[in-house]
Ligand binder design. Structure first.
Ligand code: ZN
Ligand code: MN
Length: 439
């Protein structure tokens, strides 16, 4: 029996807002000098703390929705999602279920379109640290991250292969970075991935009888490569179970990067287990069409359009792809373009070939050095002629050799001129002048 992989993705992204999602505490958990300093009664879940939604976070989520072709409904509200874990002080997470900020949408890949179910806004949990203190295994909790604004992108089960998954995830990351709303740093955890995986017997019975009757959720994936690996390893595991005539258990598994395998964590909750209900402390949001248009005007040129325009400006596709995937290079090139559009092609080449260290050399300095190099070249006949004449006068025997037909004597003179000018003479012009003079 052969099977078709069926995968949906859930992508969590921490927004770079100044303050947290529902309070005024600073949102900077990665650079905090100490744990538990950016906290208040609201993000510590103390009784009486009242949440107030962060307007910037709402706008950033809508901006992302517009970039990913979502519909932005006129009403939206926050729900409480209940579960018990030490990193969640209130005993529930403020999230969105029935009326998220963005509905539908899609991301195109060269393997086909991946439709989105929706994008919603929620709050992050605190961070757990498992450590040994005084010889005892303990779990420490840092609430600096508690209630940081978190966007969740939920796709339809349209991902059909590990290759498509990688391209899809990369496109999403590049778009989010180009919007400037998150760093999407997977090592730090500001972008986190989950895969929902099942297998349908082929040929494509899923089209005829609906999706498979089970799905397995894989968490703890912190790179695009691991995501693709998780799909490959789960495919093999499910296929073996299905071949035996059994159905894989519907559960949550954790990806282990050391072994490249997954291990069971817990049986998956149903939505009912979370006891979702509208958060009575937060009034519903009314999203006026004027507001949406105002946000839409913030949309920058998206990576796919940037790629097209880079290629159109004469940059090789391979180089253009590298640049579009790197926001710092992209900004650098934009600055070069503002100063001297003619040099964008040269700058793109130098950036990709690491001829310029864009972390250290500013675009202005880089352009100055390009100019200096071209100004440095001695191309002026009136400067070169006297130098050539002196060299010829100093070497009458070589001149005689050349005149007697020894062509390689010319190389001797070119070398001598280059030496006399510390390599700055333009060799083409020197060659021509030498030939003219030696006739
Ligand atoms: Zn707070
Ligand atoms: Mn979530």
């Amino acid at each position: 029996m052969t099977y078709q992989l069926i995968c949906g993705a859930e992508i969590h992204v921490e927004l770079k807002t100044k303050s947290k999602m529902f309070c005024g505490c600073k949102n900077d958990p990665f650079h905090a000098p100490k744990p538990n300093i950016y906290t208040c009664p609201v993000c510590l879940g103390l009784p009486g703390g009242l949440p107030v939604p962060n307007k910037q976070a709402v706008e950033d989520t809508i901006l992302l929705g517009l970039a990913l072709h979502c519909e932005i409904p006129e009403f939206s509200h926050f729900d409480r999602k209940h579960y018990f874990y030490p990193d969640l002080p209130k005993g529930y997470q403020i999230s969105q279920k029935d009326e998220p900020l963005c509905q539908g949408g899609y991301v195109d890949t060269s393997y086909g379109r991946v439709r989105l179910n929706h994008i919603h806004l929620e709050e992050d949990a605190a961070k757990m640290h498992h450590a040994t203190v005084d010889g005892k295994q303990v779990s420490l909790i840092d609430y600096n991250r508690s209630s940081v604004a978190l966007v969740e992108i939920v796709t339809e089960p349209d991902i059909k292969s590990p290759e498509q998954a990688k391209e899809f995830l990369k496109n999403v990351r590049d778009i989010i970075r180009s919007l400037g709303i998150s760093d999407c740093d997977m090592e730090k955890g500001s972008m986190r991935l989950e895969a929902n995986i099942s297998l349908a017997p082929t040929p494509s019975r899923s089209v005829l009888v609906g999706l498979p009757n089970y799905k397995v959720e894989v968490k703890n994936i912190n790179s695009f490569r691991y995501f693709a690996n998780a799909l490959t390893t789960e495919y093999a595991r499910h296929a073996e179970i299905l071949d035996r005539g059994e159905t894989p258990v519907q559960e949550t598994r954790g990806y282990r990067s050391d072994t490249g395998t997954t291990a069971s964590q817990r049986i998956k909750e149903d939505a009912a287990d979370y006891r979702y209900f509208p958060d009575p402390d937060i009034p519903p949001l009314v999203i006026s069409r004027d507001w949406v248009e105002q946000i839409r005007s913030r949309l920058p040129e998206l990576p796919s359009a940037k790629l097209d325009s880079l290629i159109a400006s004469g940059i090789a596709e391979s180089a253009a792809k590298i640049i579009v995937g790197n926001q710092v290079m992209m900004d650098y090139l934009d600055q070069v373009k503002n100063i001297d559009p003619k040099l964008v092609g040269q700058a793109a080449k130098d950036l990709v070939n690491k001829k310029v260290d864009y972390q250290k050399v500013s675009p202005e300095e880089y352009l100055k050095s390009l100019q200096a190099k071209s100004e440095d070249k001695i191309t002026d006949d009136s400067v070169l002629k006297p130098i050539i004449e002196k060299i010829l006068a100093d070497n009458p025997t070589v001149v005689a050799d050349y005149k007697a037909g020894k062509q390689n004597a010319l190389g001797f003179f070119v070398g001598a001129v280059m030496k006399a000018t510390a390599g700055k003479a333009d060799p083409g012009i020197v060659n021509k002048l030498l030939r003219d003079t030696l006739i």
